[in-house]
Design a protein. Structure first.
Length: 318
């Protein structure tokens, strides 16, 4: 079946979700990102791969990390960057998404980076744009956040290079998390042998096992001997009704503390895509502790987003 993310010759055309992408594409992005890590160390933090191209960031939903790191990444590739402020755009006067996109196409945009609270928004735009324009999904509803999944895998590879010998636990609100879905698809495609999810039943999708994960409801059992602990935020804005006891009760059972972290391997790393809720899913002593790689995730996100944009623009390394 034709994958709308790929050109007919198998090259990447859009990045909409990790599900369905072949392993060679994931490895190409990760290997290309490796070449961009050093750009930040240079006196002039730029390479000319996207010179003359215009990247439009259209964020219909709030963001700190994704929007800014896409902007930095595009600028380091020498692109011109346009950040559409949706809250002050003509969306507020009733303009449709596709009319907004049509206007940006008329301004000769070359690439769209799109975040939206509705699953499928980036797909809709990708189906609509002419052939020479690429679309990157920067998070759509609870569906997918492919560059977050890729930067998480890139970070794991930096600290734990033998991906075929890892036990990884994803802890928390998997049900509402586009990040968890993208991470699971990336990790299983790349051959990580054991991916665990740890959560109460109310915060897991039905049939989550079909994604190739092992399910734990007891956090202590789930953390035993893992190499990587990925914490997820409780996505209260996506919950309907009471799915949980109080945040204090949740923290007692599923919050990551130093005491619970001791059940993982002694050299385990702790990750979180952000934004973090300290004292709800993670204790500050862990978030800021020696095993935390939460800020390196953000730094590596720039190199990964540079790689995705460079590949979509026709390839090239630093
Ligand atoms: N991880 C992530 O998507 O963070 P932002 O919402 O700040 O972009």
């Amino acid at each position: 079946m034709h994958n709308p993310q790929l050109h007919s010759d198998g090259r990447l055309k859009h990045l909409l979700s990790i599900e369905g992408l072949p392993k060679r594409i994931l490895n190409d992005i990760l290997d290309t990102a490796e070449t961009f890590v050093g750009v930040a160390e240079r006196e002039v933090k730029k390479v000319p791969l996207l010179r003359g191209k215009t990247v439009c960031n259209i964020f219909f939903e709030n963001s700190t990390r994704t929007r800014t790191t896409f902007e930095i990444a595009a600028k380091r590739l020498s692109a011109d960057v346009l950040n559409l402020n949706v809250s002050t755009s003509s969306q507020s006067k009733g303009e449709t998404i596709l009319d907004t996109v049509n206007n940006l196409i008329a301004m000769h945009a070359d690439m769209f980076v799109v975040r939206h609270n509705q699953s499928g928004a980036a797909h809709l735009i990708a189906q609509h744009v002419p052939d020479h324009i690429s679309v990157i999904n920067a998070g759509d509803g609870r569906h997918a956040h492919p560059t977050q999944g890729l930067l998480d895998v890139f970070t794991i590879r930096k600290y734990k290079p033998d991906m075929h010998n890892l036990r990884i636990a994803i802890v928390g609100d998997v049900l509402h998390s586009r990040v968890a879905r993208s991470e699971i698809h990336a990790l299983t495609t790349l051959g990580v042998p054991e991916v665990r999810v740890i959560a109460p039943k109310t915060l897991l999708p039905t049939d989550v096992e079909k994604l190739g994960v092992h399910v734990f409801h007891d956090m202590r059992a789930g953390l035993k001997d893992v190499d990587v602990v990925m914490m997820l935020r409780l996505q209260n804005e996506r919950m309907s009704g009471a799915m949980l006891p109080s945040p204090q009760e949740y923290f007692k059972t599923y919050g990551l503390t130093q005491e619970k972290l001791h059940l993982a391997k002694p050299d385990a790393i702790v990750m979180h895509p952000g934004p973090m809720n300290r004292g709800v899913e993670i204790d500050s002593s862990v978030a800021d502790g020696m095993q935390s790689v939460i800020l390196p995730q953000v730094t590596y996100g720039i190199a990964v987003r540079m790689a995705v944009m460079a590949i979509l623009a026709g390839g090239g390394q630093a």
